[in-house]
Design a protein around this ligand. Structure first.
Ligand code: DC
Length: 229
């Protein structure tokens, strides 16, 4: 299997609930590339820790969990120790927990090789916070995908309502701001927009428009096989 620098990576970083996961997955499907949802790994670590009663600030124990994480990605489903946890890792408590464990350098180090292993032909679309700065600094395209905190809170609210879960926008907004604060101001691999990353502000864009914009940026950097080749 070909892996490593010969394999093109498209990296999409951005804050919580910016829609980067939806855009990244759609771009990967369009290009027939592999897809890495790196946030899911931090969510899985938080879930495994909470399930086992491990304190989220116990860095050595959390790092050990990260090293030994028995995870399987299958299509859009995610399995932890053989159990389907696709929805269980999307709760607000796991969101908050994942942002706490993600601030721990030993946890980030433990997940690094696991993330890079996703890089195989024909290519990879990876989304997260440090795809561009740390995990795939040689990505052929770097996108910083964001939206205003108010828009992100509203989108999350609609998502939850769609799932029959009631919440309120001021609370969601506060939680997003807390997470932004942790993800952007931590010492280890904070979320930043790199000088070579293209900014995609989706505040006033539909999902389809955001996907189309990324694909326009992809075109010149990913050589596509010519027709009939
Ligand atoms: O993208 P997400 O909301 O699923 O990410 C969950 C948490 O994991 C988020 O608070 C930040 C952290 N994270 C990170 O630190 N680095 C990544 N590459 C991806 C996510």
């Amino acid at each position: 299997m070909v892996s490593g620098p010969a394999v093109p990576v498209i990296a999409i970083d951005g804050p919580s609930a910016s829609g980067k996961g939806t855009v990244a997955a759609a771009v990967a499907a369009h290009l027939d590339f592999h897809y890495l949802d790196s946030g899911a790994l931090y969510r899985l670590v938080a879930k495994a820790a909470l399930d086992r009663g491990v304190l989220l600030n116990d860095e050595p124990k959390i790092a050990k969990i990260a090293v030994n994480l028995a995870v399987r990605f299958s299509g859009t489903s995610i399995y932890l120790d053989g159990e389907d946890v696709t929805d269980a890792i999307r709760t607000e408590s796991i969101s908050a927990g994942s942002s706490i464990v993600a601030a721990q350098p030993a946890v980030r180090a433990a997940l690094l090789a696991r993330q890079r292993a996703f890089r195989s032909l024909p290519g990879l679309v990876a989304d997260g916070r440090d795809m561009e700065s740390i995990v795939f600094p040689d990505a052929v395209l770097k996108v910083f995908l964001t939206a205003s905190a108010e828009t992100r809170a509203e989108r999350r609210y609609k998502q939850l309502i769609g799932k029959g879960i009631s919440d309120n926008i001021p609370r969601l907004l506060q939680e997003l701001r807390d997470r932004d604060e942790r993800d952007c101001n931590r010492a280890s691999a904070p979320l930043i927009q790199l000088p070579d990353a293209r900014l995609l502000d989706t505040t006033n864009l539909t999902v389809a428009e955001a996907i189309a914009q990324v694909l326009r940026w992809v075109e010149p950097v990913i050589p596509r096989p010519s027709m009939g080749a």
